[in-house]
Design a protein. Structure first.
Ligand code: UGA
Length: 436
């Protein structure tokens, strides 16, 4: 099938590449000329496991262009995968979605389906359909479908090729049949529903996961206060299949481009419709406080952070991505800089993005060992494999004052307890102090 994809961020690019992998002819469109040039040369502009390989493998079925007219003109399906960033009031900014919708209406020559993949407030698909058809003024019929994505960064290709489910929100058989045909290669469960339900499935799913994280983080904070261990508590909960074992990792809060934005957007949407979504509002508040935890913990050990040598392991909001959006590191590191701490940081792929947000005040290291050398305190913000595999004896060997604030519970407490000369302060577990 002839497919066009507007927007080459995580959602658009991964969708385009995975559709090409399944035999479709795909043209990806973006306004960023440098990015398009890079992709025309065969290079993936983002770090995402498996993406580069699939781009290379399917190069004959994949085109990249800034010329939206040629891309949309005779496409059978056009995906909108552009950003819906958060506005100051927490609502979603839909200007990119509607700008693309206008371009599509001006370009298409044949009856086609426009698929909104971007996460959009409930009712947006209806508005897009009205807008494109009004602009076309009967010249050609455009059907609009909602097809939210459920990929997570770091596993985006796998999540798309082996989806947990494919949600198709349609109002007519033309759109439904075309999308079922487009996805005929997939063995994922298909949920065919109306457009508003499809839009809601996306928000309800993401916000439920955010809630689950904030819930386990609150339980973790309580565990610290009463002497329980969150890892054991989560394990004990997980055997109940109604609870499950996923998304019960306590830590310093969720980041990324989705949960923070989608929780605020749903809360805003509820308020706008005279409802109050109390659970989601609570999840947002808990998460904001959770991001402050590393600093609160550091102050247990230092009254004044001026001149203190700080080691930071991991900057990205989670492993497997170079994305820094809403990363807890972006809350803590600027505070440490303002407090006059001397910071050395390591991250395998996130450094260049971090520098864009925090241009000064951090020295970057190529290895964990170099980062730890001479440090008075170490913060772990991301559970990268190299951190998980680190011998905790290295903290004692390399640091000046081995205090470790582990925001992602990377180490087994028993393993840590066997290392002499260390303070280990993690989330929802007792502080381990083996100095004496
Ligand atoms: C999330 C969802 O997981 C995807 O299903 C969804 O499609 C995507 O948003 C989206 O809307 O595009 P993503 O933001 O890439 O994916 O990352 P997650 O793996 O969900 O992690 C988000 C944050 O939650 C990370 O900061 C992670 O460290 C944190 N987290 C996750 C925890 O603190 N504890 C957990 O148990 C799990």
């Amino acid at each position: 099938m002839k497919v066009a994809v507007a927007g080459t961020g995580y959602v658009g690019l991964v969708t385009g590449v995975c559709l090409a992998e399944n035999g479709h002819e795909v043209t990806c469109v973006d306004v960023d000329e440098n990015k398009i040039k890079m992709m025309q040369e065969g290079k993936a502009p983002i770090y995402e496991p498996g993406l580069q390989e699939l781009m290379t493998k399917n190069s004959e079925r994949l085109k990249f262009t800034t010329d939206h007219v040629s891309a949309y003109r005779d496409a059978e399906v056009i995906f909108i995968g552009v950003g819906t960033p958060e506005k100051k009031d927490g609502s979603a900014n839909l200007s990119y979605v509607f700008a693309v919708a206008d371009q599509i209406a001006d370009s298409v020559q044949n009856e086609c389906v426009v698929v909104v993949k971007s996460t959009v407030p409930i009712g947006t698909n209806d508005r897009v359909e009205a807008a494109v058809n009004e602009r076309c003024a009967g010249r050609v019929k455009i059907h609009v479908a909602s097809n939210p994505e459920f990929l997570a960064q770091g596993t985006a290709v796998r999540d798309t090729l082996h989806s947990s489910r494919i949600v198709i929100g349609v109002e007519d058989d033309f759109a439904k049949d075309r999308l079922l045909q487009l996805y005929s290669w997939s063995d994922a469960p298909m949920v065919v529903t109306n457009r508003r339900s499809a839009e809601m499935i996306k928000y309800a799913s993401n916000d439920f996961l955010a809630l689950k994280i904030s819930y386990i983080n609150e339980i973790a904070n309580l565990c610290e206060a009463i002497g329980a261990d969150i890892k054991d508590v989560a394990k004990g909960m997980s055997y109940d299949s109604r609870i499950g074992d996923k998304f019960l990792n306590a830590g310093i809060g969720y980041g990324g481009s989705c949960f923070p934005k989608d929780t605020k957007a749903l809360s805003w949407l509820a308020t706008f419709n005279d409802h109050e979504i109390k659970t989601v509002k609570a999840a947002i508040e808990v998460n904001e406080n959770q991001k402050l935890l590393p600093i609160k913990k550091a102050r247990r050990y230092f009254n004044d952070l001026r001149g203190i040598n700080v080691a930071v392991l991991g900057l990205t909001f989670k492993p497997g991505t170079d994305d820094l959006r809403e990363a807890p590191s972006l809350v803590t590191v600027p505070v440490l800089i303002d407090d006059g701490a001397k910071i050395r940081a390591w991250d395998p792929v996130g450094v260049s993005n971090f520098k864009k947000q925090v241009p000064e005040g951090v020295t970057y290291c190529d290895s964990i060992e170099e980062t730890l050398k001479g440090a008075d305190i170490c913060f772990i913000f991301t559970e990268w494999k190299d951190v998980l595999e680190l011998d905790p004896g290295m903290f004692v060997k390399l640091m000046n004052n081995p205090i470790v604030v582990d925001g992602r519970n990377c180490f087994d407490v028993e393993k840590i307890a066997s290392v002499k000369g260390l303070v280990y302060d993690s989330i929802g577990r007792a502080v381990i102090d083996t100095r004496s």
